[in-house]
Design a protein around this ligand. Sequence first.
Ligand code: AMP
Length: 314
Amino acid sequence: MPIFQNILEKIKTYDTIIIHRHMRPDPDALGSQVGLKEIIQHNFPTKTVKAVGFDEPTLTWLTQMDKVSDEDYSDALVIVTDTANQPRIDDNRYTTGAFLIKIDHHPNDDVYGDICHVDTSASSASEIITDFAFSTGLSLNAQAARLLYAGIIGDTGRFLYPSTTAKTMSIASQLRQYDFDFSALARQMDSFPYKIAKLQGYVYDHLEVDDCGVARVILTQSFMKEQGLTDAETSAIVGAPGRIDNVEAWAIFVEQADGHFRVRLRSKSAIINGIAKRHDGGGHPLASGANSYSLEENDQIYQELKDLLMSKSI
Ligand code: AMP
């Protein structure tokens, strides 16, 4: 049985379905999670379908989570979207259901679930969920379309990144036909508070750019506190260094409350997820995350990026 049919059969079998996604959610995590919830609820109104996880304050305008009790998990189908590794699943009760399905588009480094569907050719988990609905004949409501569209434009940088395929655009085009407030969504996804505009200025001001096209900047806890910035809010400027024409790959080191650094790695063409994996992280070939536990490790990561770029240019 094709995998999407297989997943649909499982959805039909269970009365309660609980959907998880990764910690520190972005629009694709939330779009795929709640988009799938909307689709199931719309097609099977008698089922109980819940989305679980932390309500990320910067994204509550997009959607919000449900209250889920431990009892809800007994005999429930659990679906996890957009999450490559089990430690990154938001809410560890995902193991307490009756059946587990993983649906993701990241490299499948951690194969988990009774069914594991990973399609790394998809731009986003939201693209896969939409494809699933269209391929199995499930109908969408406008709210599902809005969330899935938001997920796709979030993960493709509004169709900018190379992960954008003809299929991505075709799916987005079909989602656009639903009756949601497109302009409000587009505006919301493209606007940020004044403090983020100032952060962008800080990043450009303090960016160190190496001759081989590698750039880095450190956002310290004291700077973040002074500016009233949370870790989640820094996601708005992750793409900023890449807008500089001679920057090929970059690292943004965001100091955390415990003193370690969350490292956000991006590249225009050199594959950087190997570096992320060596430093307690992972992710996509051109967009990865890692963790660094000292200033020396920050330097080491920067050096590895430089070595990678140098080896490419030889
Ligand atoms: P971020 O910089 O947090 O936006 O992450 C970019 C990509 O890397 C996302 O697709 C994440 O799923 C992935 N990623 C970030 N941090 C980690 C981590 N600690 N372990 C594995 N993957 C990660």
